[in-house]
Design a protein around this ligand. Structure first.
Ligand SMILES: Nc1ncnc2c1ncn2[C@@H]1O[C@H](COP(=O)(O)OP(=O)(O)O)[C@@H](O)[C@H]1O
Ligand SMILES: [Mg+2]
Length: 244
């Protein structure tokens, strides 16, 4: 049995099939990259897994338990946490407070203990200099790291990452990739990550799933998938950012 099993998920928006019978298994400790052009349905897949809206059909299980349509706080307690493509920290509170709130969401009390743990996490992700700054005022790269730090504060077994590197310049990407590699190595965190930057996909993924128009077009090892003519064809002519 895989740790995360996504079975036949479908979702339509007013006739548009954003997800069409998507099945993906992720084993414990595995990192699976999700690639595909804009509009392929990648974020919708995460939205259906994390209860933003229920899928029209299909099933999601975590460690054998049915979590289809479950809301984020329940999922977090079960060990599944996501980050957002567009960040949503509480803008007016400080970075440290944001992470403290995430630690408290696990039931850690008293506040002092939660705050201490948050401070450790912030040091680990290199955010010390911004600990007391209002989250909404932080530069994009820092907000991205804060979003990841908040996710870590929930002690995930499974982390769903939606374009965590978007908006970062190459020198800012490295520390994030290092951190993700370390999380898997040292804590066995399982990850499903949507990413456009192929160097990152190559570096982190054990396997890749390529989505196109709501379906899985190809899956397997990174080199094979990227060399697949159907994959190349699906990318041709599509706006694809700084993919290379
Ligand atoms: N909440 C929504 N309401 C209506 N259409 C949506 C919604 N979310 C996504 N879509 C549509 O579903 C398709 C897939 O979008 P999305 O999952 O965001 O793609 P990706 O993340 O791969 O770029 C797009 O055509 C998008 O416009
Ligand atoms: Mg998206």
């Amino acid at each position: 049995m895989s740790l995360l099993e996504i079975q036949g998920l479908s979702k339509s928006f007013r006739g548009l099939r954003a997800l069409n019978d998507v099945t993906i298994d992720v084993a414990e400790g595995e990192i699976v990259g999700i690639i595909g052009a804009n509009g392929a349905g990648k974020t919708t897949l995460f939205n259906c897994i994390t209860g933003a809206f229920p899928p029209d059909s299909g099933r999601v299980t975590l460690d054998g338990a049915d979590i289809t349509g479950a809301k984020m706080h329940r999922l977090a307690r079960a060990g599944l946490v996501r980050t957002f493509q567009l960040m949503r920290p509480f803008a007016t509170v400080t970075a440290l407070e944001n992470v403290t709130i995430a630690v408290q969401s696990r039931g850690v009390r008293p506040e002092r203990r939660a705050r201490d743990e948050a401070a450790e996490l912030i040091a680990r992700t290199g955010l010390d200099a911004w600990a007391d700054a209002a989250s909404g005022s932080l530069p994009t790269a820092v907000q991205k790291r804060l979003e990841l730090t908040r996710a870590l504060a929930m002690r995930p077994r499974v982390l769903l990452l939606d374009e965590v590197l978007a908006g970062l310049v190459p020198s800012e990407r490295e520390p994030v990739l290092d951190l993700l590699a370390e999380l898997r190595r040292e804590e066995g965190v399982t990850m499903l990550f949507i990413e456009h930057i192929m160097a990152a996909v190559r570096r982190l993924s054990d396997r890749v799933v390529m989505m196109d128009q709501g379906t899985v077009l190809a899956r397997g090892n990174v080199d094979d998938v990227l060399a697949d003519p159907r994959v190349i064809e699906a990318y041709l002519g599509k706006e694809y950012g700084d993919a290379a």
